[in-house]
Design a binder for this molecule. Sequence first.
Ligand code: UGA
Length: 434
Amino acid sequence: MNICVIGTGYVGLVTGTCFADFGVNVVCVDKDAEKIAMLNRGDIPIYEPGLKELVHKNVGQKRLSFTTDLGESIKKSLAIFIAVGTPPRDDGSADLSYIEEVAGTIAENLNGYKVVVTKSTVPVGTGSLIEKIIEKGQTGSHKFDVASNPEFLREGSAIEDFMRPNRVVVGARSSQAIAILKDLYSPLYLIETPFIVTGIETAELIKYASNAFLATKISFINEMANICEKVGADIHQVAKGMGLDKRIGPKFLHPGPGYGGSCFPKDTMAITKIARENGYTFKIVEATVEVNERQRDIMVEKIKKVMGSSLRGKKIGVLGLTFKPNTDDIRESPAIDIVNKLLEEGALISAYDPAGMANSRKAVNSPIAFCNDEYEVADQSDALVIATEWNQFRKLDMARIKNMLKTAKLIDLRNVYDPAGMKEMGFEYISVGR
Ligand code: UGA
């Protein structure tokens, strides 16, 4: 089967590459000529473990290619996956202009039956909107179907998530579209992946429901952590104690500075907006968003408290800038937000991140010192903050760190270290909910 994937961002590139690895002929299309040139040279524009090798393998075996020629790619494909961005507008709603543009081009190039699949997270009703645009824009009278196949990939483990998903959701109105999508995903039958076949609107909502629920779990545990601090309880034991109840589950109960990334912040805002547009206030998710914003301020307050009254002129070392480990993505990163808030208070920041420093340069509001490693960050700092839990920060030479710091203050926003051990070493150690 020939398919094309439109948009070589995170979702599109992983989807296209993994389908190629399933044995499908895939063309990945992007209007960004520079990005396509880069991919054609064998370079990968994003940092995702294992992706480079998989791209090279499938390009080498001639199942995967990259182009800017959208019209030609549409003409040659039976299935067209739309994986272009849906950035948030100022009011929190999703901007669908890229999707509308692509739907218009599909209409102009429709030369036979095709199934047009949305892979990006899109507001409920986008499938129907695409249907209308193609119907109105096509010059012939070709049959086509629209389907929704939301992605549930996590950055940092995207390939594993694609190859071994918990479920595949397919929203479609026609049996032909469902059959084509099932065929594309047929390698997953071997591992008995559940397939959920629904209407288009339902599939669109499943994605928002999943992300909003996970985000709510995080805000819930962060509030519990704040309460733990007040009553002298340990959040990890609370999380374990509640997570062992199978109805709750142990995952996404790790406290910290709040969720970030390109998905949860955008999708929680979008679903509350969708609800309000439909005359309903989604109170739980609105509170989730509010709690998440407050959590960042609470982290800054923690740092301020350890540092005494003022941060002006204090040198604070920050480890980790990305929104989570194993990515170079700093979008909505709590670490960046916290750095900017500390800068506002007059602190001097030195920072290190294994993959996110290039992106961070544009995101910090005043100059900061970007260091070569963790120890350079600690050198002559008044305190060290662990903002993102990269594996390499888990086994630092803490005796060396302590000697390098001006004052032995460690603010561990990801609860990487053991409080008793750190105190024993002589650190003033602050974490979250313990
Ligand atoms: C998230 C979802 O997990 C994916 O299923 C979904 O496909 C994706 O969004 C998307 O919509 O495209 P991702 O943003 O890559 O994936 O990252 P997660 O691993 O879910 O982490 C999101 C944020 O939550 C991070 O800032 C992380 O630090 C935070 N988090 C996660 C916590 O604070 N505590 C936890 O227990 C788990």
